[in-house]
Design a protein around this ligand. Structure first.
Ligand SMILES: [Zn+2]
Length: 544
């Protein structure tokens, strides 16, 4: 028997524990003595079949059944079950061709239960550990680094060097101190795995991989090919993370969370009932409202227009969504210069938005790259812009021009709640009669003194109470069996779940004997494809 449990998941990467009978538990990701954990490895046949071998050949060597690890291959039906450790032999050869690496990975991930540990034998080096964990592998051995030692190569996360680097001062580990290359290389691998584990724990593995891949063209290509499979990558990304989203590279714009935000702003979000919009620049302080410049813009607008912030890499952030992940969480290098690809992607987002939501007047209170993007978008969808910036957007002349441009326009009702509900729960509901208390961004929404929603100040997401759920007509429901939950909802208790649910989404738990609120720990699809573990972290349960 083997058991797998995950503590923290970050896209395909995860931390957790793998247990095999008679062995101490292994914390994942790990470099382990896999020959000891899996005695069968010594005699396992068929492990030298290349990943690219055609089905006709692979099917002549079916993997042995009933042993761990379970061999999986791109051309074979999935033989693994929940709790197994699966092994992809020869994975180190996959990196040579990034496109097939990604095709094989997605094919294998889609046919294998989520709650399995993934072993890549003879693959991990200090320079590949991050991308391997990002790809969803969590168990490794020392074979690849030992081979490097035999070849006289000194390994670091940035690549490897001739062995005289051992005395160069690059590293001061016990292996280097003893002049022992093999010990240094093993130490460097364990150290990198420890660092990767830390980044996964913080929900920042993507940021580490964007940094680590720079010295290896194949790794950059793998990252880009994975991003191109948006539907697959979007499914596995949590709806919110606790930390900062560092948009410091060209790849950041293609991150699934970034694209998902833009798509939801266009497809789900419902703007307030007004026909006048003001396009504003972003601020490095988040949420924007807390910055000096945005206080000035808001004062000049005076509630007489719908405020839309033009920003890279997210595209367009309606004022109501400024606290929501990742709008309230991204950090981007500010140079004032926007490159051609950035301009094209963001202009495309603006054009799609204005095609879906026409306004009578659109005022561009912008300069530099953001202004260029707004002009490109206006041309694409055949709309006319008005301009109020002859100076810096927060200079008095510009602010006065903005104020004057809005003279005579009526005030728009500020309805942050309506915008946030439409974005998060994909519905257009009447928020009439709701009142707000608290201090922005930590606010609570009530109606007739009954609290409906609070805001999670970490993620900026709405947290409905059971009364709040009454006004959200459908979606984001997890249906459970006929029982009264004590503690979190475990996977076997789930009957069905709305396919839109992602890791971290607020959900309503619906059972014959109980109703509850909580946060999904898995996507709906994973709840169906796993056997063990937590499906929903419960906040409140009520008997019905
Ligand atoms: Zn060392």
């Amino acid at each position: 028997m083997t058991r797998v449990s995950f503590r923290k998941r970050d896209g395909l990467a995860r931390t957790g524990t793998f247990e095999a009978d008679g062995m101490p538990p292994v914390s994942l990701p790990a470099v382990a003595e896999c020959q000891k954990i899996f005695p069968a490895l010594a005699t396992l046949a068929g492990t030298n079949l290349p990943l690219c071998a055609p089905k006709a050949i692979v099917s002549q060597f079916p993997p042995e059944t009933g042993i761990q690890p379970v061999q999986i291959h791109p051309q074979l039906d999935n033989p693994a079950h929940s709790g197994d450790c699966v092994m992809v032999a020869g994975w180190h050869t996959a990196t040579a061709n990034p496109r097939t690496y990604v095709d094989w990975l997605i094919g294998l991930k889609e046919k294998t239960p989520v709650d399995t540990a993934w072993y890549a034998p003879a693959s991990a080096l200090p320079s590949t550990a991050a991308i391997l964990c990002y790809s969803g592998f969590d168990l490794f051995d020392c074979t690849a680094v030992d081979l490097k030692s035999a070849q006289g190569r000194f390994c670091t996360p940035e690549g490897d060097f001739p062995k005289d680097a051992l005395t160069s001062g690059i590293c001061t580990c016990p292996g280097c101190a003893a002049g022992d290359l093999r010990e240094h290389n093993r130490h460097a691998l364990r150290q990198e795995i420890a660092l990767v584990t830390r980044f996964i724990g913080q929900g920042e593995i993507r940021d580490l991989v964007e940094s680590r891949c720079r010295l290896d063209a194949a790794q950059v290509a793998i990252l880009r090919h994975l991003d191109r499979h948006f539907e697959f990558m979007e499914q596995v990304q949590p709806v919110a993370r606790p930390g900062v989203l560092r948009a410091n590279s060209g790849e950041s714009m293609q991150r699934a969370e970034v694209r998902r935000f833009a798509d939801r702003v266009i497809e789900r979000y419902v703007p307030p009932k007004t026909d006048i919009a003001v396009l504003l620049p972003c601020s490095s302080k988040k949420p924007y409202s807390l910055s000096q410049s945005h206080r000035k813009y808001q004062q000049a607008v005076g509630g007489r227009a719908h405020e839309l912030i033009v920003t890279s890499p997210l595209g367009l952030v309606p004022r109501e969504l400024e606290t929501v992940y990742p709008a309230g969480h991204y950090d981007v290098p500010v140079t004032g210069y926007w490159d051609a690809e950035e301009c094209a992607v963001i202009a495309g987002i603006l054009a799609r938005y204005f095609q879906k939501h026409p306004y009578r007047r659109i005022i561009a209170h912008l300069e530099g790259g953001a202004l260029k993007v707004a002009r490109m978008a206006a041309e694409q969808c055949g709309i006319a812009l008005e301009y109020t910036c002859t100076d810096h957007p927060s200079a008095n002349t510009a602010l006065n021009a903005l104020d004057a441009a809005l003279a005579g326009e009526r005030r728009v009702k500020d309805d942050r709640l309506h915008g946030m509900i439409s974005y998060q729960f994909n519905c257009d509901i009447d928020t009439k009669g709701t009142t707000l208390r608290g201090h922005f961004p930590e606010v609570f929404y009530s109606r007739s003194n009954v609290q409906l929603f609070s805001i999670d100040t970490g993620t900026g997401m709405l947290r409905p109470t059971l009364d709040g759920w009454k006004i959200i007509p459908d979606g984001y429901r997890v249906y459970i069996d006929d029982f009264i939950p004590e503690g979190d909802i475990l996977i076997p208790g789930v009957v069905s779940a709305d396919p839109a649910i992602r890791d971290g989404d607020e959900v309503l738990i619906v059972g014959l004997r109980a109703l509850g609120t909580g946060r999904a720990a898995l996507t709906a699809d994973e709840m169906q494809r796993s056997r063990r573990g937590v499906a929903v972290r419960v906040r409140k349960i009520k008997r019905v």
